[in-house]
Design a protein around this ligand. Structure first.
Ligand code: 6PG
Length: 274
C-alpha cells in the first residue's frame, strides 16, 4: 500500500501514514458523505474566506446537487466561500464539456453564488492559441487572492479531485510534461481523450492544500485506484494520482464499493463503512 511518508518534525524519521479511505455503497451515498465533510470543513469565522478548488468530470455532479439541496444549503455560510477550479477544458463556459458549466448549473446558480466569489479558468481561447497565457493569468489570480508570491505556495482549504480510469487526476495525464512541474501552480496540459487542450493545477499546488478529497465511483476506476492507493511499485508517470501526497494536509479517498473492489485487505481494514 502506498503509505504517505511524511517528515515528522521532531524525530526527522519518515513516519508512514496510511491513506484515509472511506467506502460507501454507491455514488449517491458518496455525494452524501462528501457533502457532510464539505459542510464541516467550510465552517469558520465569517471574516475569513473558505477557498475550495472544485473537481471536473461527472462524479461531483451529485455532490454539487446535495450541497445546493434544502438538506444542506442552509448549513454553509456561502458568502465566505471562494470557488476555484482544479482544471478546465479549453472550451467556452457554456460548453457541455466545461467544468465551470457543471458547477454553474448544479451549484452556483441554485445557491445564488455571487460572480465575485467564482474564479473561473478563462481558457476558452486555448483551442486556437496555446493555453499557456491563460495558465499564467490563472496563477496570477490565485496568488493575488491568496496574497502569496513565489516561492511560497497558496494553500487551499479544500481541493476536490477525481481519478480517471487511466490514473490521471485534475488534468495531469500520464506521460505529460505537466507531471514534472515543480515551480508553477497552473500549467497548460493536453488530454489524450475528449477535449485536448486543458489547464490544470500542478502537483505542488495541490499538495500544499490543507485537505484533499478524491471522489471515485464505478468499477472502471478500480484498477487505477489499486495502483494509486496501494501499489508502491506503480509509477507516478503512468498513474499521476500517485503524485498527490499532501505536505502537511489530509488526503481522503471517498469511494463507492465498485471503485474500491480491487483494494487489498490491508487497505480495506482502514475503511470506515458508512
Ligand atoms: C476533468 C477532471 C478529471 C476527472 C476524472 C474523473 O476535467 O475531466 O477534472 O480529472 O475528475 O477524469 O472524471 P469522472 O468523474 O467523469 O469519472
Amino acid at each position: 500500500m502506498q503509505s504517505q511518508a511524511v517528515e515528522s518534525r521532531s524525530e526527522g524519521a519518515l513516519v508512514a501514514r496510511v491513506p484515509e479511505v472511506c467506502v460507501v455503497d454507491d455514488d449517491g451515498k458518496l455525494a452524501d458523505e462528501v457533502a457532510e465533510l464539505f459542510i464541516r470543513s467550510a465552517a469558520g469565522p465569517p471574516e475569513s474566506p473558505f477557498r475550495v478548488a472544485l473537481s471536473g468530470g461527472s462524479t461531483p455532479r451529485k455532490l454539487y446537487g446535495r450541497l445546493a439541496s434544502p438538506k444542506c444549503d442552509k448549513r454553509v455560510k456561502w458568502s465566505r466561500v471562494e470557488f476555484y477550479f482544479g482544471d478546465e477544458r479549453c472550451v467556452p463556459p457554456d460548453h457541455v464539456d466545461s467544468n465551470f458549466k457543471v458547477a454553474n448549473d448544479t451549484l452556483f446558480r441554485p445557491l445564488g453564488i455571487k460572480a465575485t466569489q467564482i474564479f473561473r479558468m478563462e481558457c476558452e481561447a486555448g483551442q486556437s492559441d496555446p493555453a499557456e497565457p491563460a495558465a499564467h493569468r490563472y496563477e496570477e489570480t490565485i496568488r493575488r487572492q491568496f496574497k502569496v508570491a513565489p516561492p511560497a505556495w497558496p494553500r487551499f482549504d479544500l481541493i476536490l479531485l477525481g481519478l480517471g480510469d487511466d490514473g490521471h487526476t485534475a488534468s495531469l495525464f500520464p506521460g505529460t510534461s505537466a507531471l514534472h512541474e515543480k515551480t508553477r501552480a497552473v500549467v497548460a496540459s493536453t488530454s489524450p481523450r475528449g477535449v485536448r487542450h486543458r489547464l490544470t493545477f500542478t502537483a505542488p499546488l495541490i499538495n500544499h492544500a490543507r485537505c484533499i478529497i478524491f471522489m471515485a465511483a464505478g468499477v472502471d476506476k478500480a484498477q487505477a485506484l489499486h495502483a494509486v492507493v496501494e501499489d508502491d511499485t506503480a509509477d507516478a508517470n503512468r498513474y499521476p494520482g500517485k503524485l498527490i501526497q499532501p505536505i502537511e494536509g489530509r488526503l481522503l479517498w471517498y469511494l463507492d464499493r465498485a471503485a474500491a473492489s480491487s483494494l487489498g485487505a490491508t487497505t480495506r481494514r482502514e475503511m470506515r463503512r458508512t
